[in-house]
Each structure stands twice: as C-alpha cells, then as structure tokens.
Design a protein. Structure first.
Length: 318
C-alpha cells in the first residue's frame, strides 16, 4: 500500500497517533499525556475508580448506522457513565483501537474526534492508549475517576424502605435501535439517542453527596440493572409505572412501529441513565425522579407489584 492511499496502513502507526492527538489540550488532571511509555494522571483522593468497556463493530455499533464521530462519543460515554455511577467524577480516558489495515484513516481520526468531544463534555482528556492491527474494528476504553473524598456508591447498599430514583433518559436508545432496525433514520432525536447517549455525569457525585445507598449505570435495561442492585443488596425492588416518564416522542414512535414504548423504558438499554436508591426521608436530589421503592423481598424486581412478563433487558451472550 502506498503512503498516501488514505488507509491506516498507508498512514502508519505513529503518524496516525500524531493525527489523533495533534492540537488536543489536556485538563489539569493529566500530568503527562500521550507520547511516553505511560500517562500520569493526578489522583487527589488517593484512590482511583477504573472501568473498562470493549465495543465491537457489528455487535455494539454499526458504521452504516452511525458516523465514526458518533461511535467515538458513544465509546467514551459508556465508560464515563460507569465512573459517575460510583459517585465519582471522571478524570481521564485510555483508549485502545484495533482495526484492519485497509481501514480509512479518516474513520480513526473521526472516532478520536468523537472521543475527545465526549471527554471534554465530562471534563477530562484522552491521556493515552494503543493502536493495533485486527480483523475487525474494536474499541476498548478505560475510564478513570476520582471520588473526591466520598465513599464509592456500590450496588450492595440498598435497604428496604429506600426510594428508587433515576436520572437521565430511559427507552430512547431502544426506540432508536428499533427505528434503525426498520431501515429508517428519523426521528433524528430518537435515532441519535442510540448513536451517542448523553449520560448525566454530574448526577453521580450529586447522588453520592445526597446519601445514595446504591447506584448503577443503566446500560442493559432498567429492570435488568436494578436486578443487579437487588441481588447484590439482598432486597427486592418494585417499580411504579405511573411514576415513569414515557416521552411523547416514544409514544409516537411506538405507535408507528406497533411497539410498546413502556417496554422500551423498562427493558431498553444503552441510554446510560443512572439509577440509585436513597434513604426514605427527604426527596431525591435535583434532576432525579422517584420511580419505586426497595422492598423486603429477598431479591428480584417487580413492576406495579408483579413480575414483568417481557424480559428485563440485554444479555451479552444471548
């Protein structure tokens, strides 16, 4: 391949790395960014919260549905949301990209553009990473975060009587997936919720400061992820559908596709909203909406007091 054929092989590893970091500014938390054997990131709390996700082309994203920039934003967002779900603030991203040698260079630079844009939205930078050859496009992102003196909010702290609340959109990404799966590209707001979610990063530390007893990123579906809290805490959780927000746009899309929008809200994944439990006294913090309660049942999630008959959410090996 010639050096100017527009592929990553033609561009070369180090020129490609230069292309994705050129002109990028690092936040103060990045003490030493790309260009050395390892990055150095400040950890004022003395503890580092870390999370890793891997996205595979054809499984987690499709470039005929999303632009490379949108995929980059999504790859960053799904990891940054995990940091927020621990009650921490993101501090850095590390990125690994594997791709075939004939991948257009522009695909990688646009992926990086999206990652940098989402990192900036969360107040962090891309401090390092790696690029390698593979048979298909794979993106691995590690997010780091700082607790700021808080204790981490885990899945195991929910207690009977606690209030269950959510912050962020629910059901939008699932509706967008349904639209794309039918071959449509609109409504754009619904489709874009699938292409690049917008997690409420600040809501995580806010919930921690408000005394959240447990918290989770809603990546696989509200019922599925609340099920993780119920299992880890040894409790039951009951959701009140009357308190769930089913946006009018989802109702319109559901009517057009012959689908139940409430099912998207309850079981749809990839919105990366946050769900948490709070002590029963007082209201959830600003931006959070109470949708249910923790019960004395040993485990499991019910909807309006009954088991939900239409599944709970995404399972990776199904």
């Amino acid at each position: 391949m010639s050096p100017d054929d527009g592929t990553v092989a033609g561009t070369g590893e180090f020129a490609l790395i230069d292309a994705v970091i050129a002109g990028r500014r690092q936040p103060a938390a990045t003490l030493l960014g790309p260009g050395d054997d390892a990055a150095v990131v400040a950890a004022p709390d003395g503890r580092v919260v870390a999370s890793t996700d891997v996205l595979v082309h054809g499984v987690h994203f499709r470039l005929d549905w999303s632009s490379p920039e949108q995929v980059g934003r999504k790859a960053a967002a799904v990891n940054l949301a995990d940091i927020a779900a621990m009650g921490a603030r993101p501090s850095s991203l590390l990125v690994g990209i594997a791709c075939p040698p004939d991948t257009p260079t522009e695909v990688i630079t646009e992926l990086a553009k999206g990652m940098w844009a989402e990192a900036e939205r969360a107040g962090v930078g891309v401090s390092g990473g790696d690029m390698v050859r593979a048979d298909q496009l794979v993106i691995s992102v590690t997010a780091l975060g700082d607790l700021g003196g808080r204790e981490p909010v885990t899945r195991s702290g929910a207690r009977p009587g606690d209030v269950v609340a959510v912050c962020g959109k629910l059901g939008w990404a699932a509706a967008g997936l349904a639209v794309l799966g039918r071959g449509f590209r609109s409504p754009v707001g619904v489709v874009n919720a699938q292409r690049c979610p917008e997690p409420p990063y600040e809501a995580g530390p806010l919930a921690a400061d408000a005394g959240a007893t447990s918290m989770i990123d809603v990546s696989d579906g509200l019922l599925a992820d609340l099920g993780h809290i119920a299992e880890a805490s040894g409790v039951g959780i009951d959701i009140r559908t009357a308190d769930l927000e089913v946006a009018s746009r989802l109702v319109e899309v559901g009517t057009a596709l012959g689908a139940d929008p409430l099912r998207w809200v309850l079981t749809g994944g990839e919105d990366h909203a946050l769900a948490a439990t709070f002590p029963p006294f007082g209201d959830p913090p600003e931006g959070w909406r109470a949708i249910g309660a923790v019960t004395i049942a040993e485990s499991g999630v019910t909807v309006d007091g009954k088991p939900y008959e239409h599944g709970s959410g995404w399972e990776h090996w199904r």
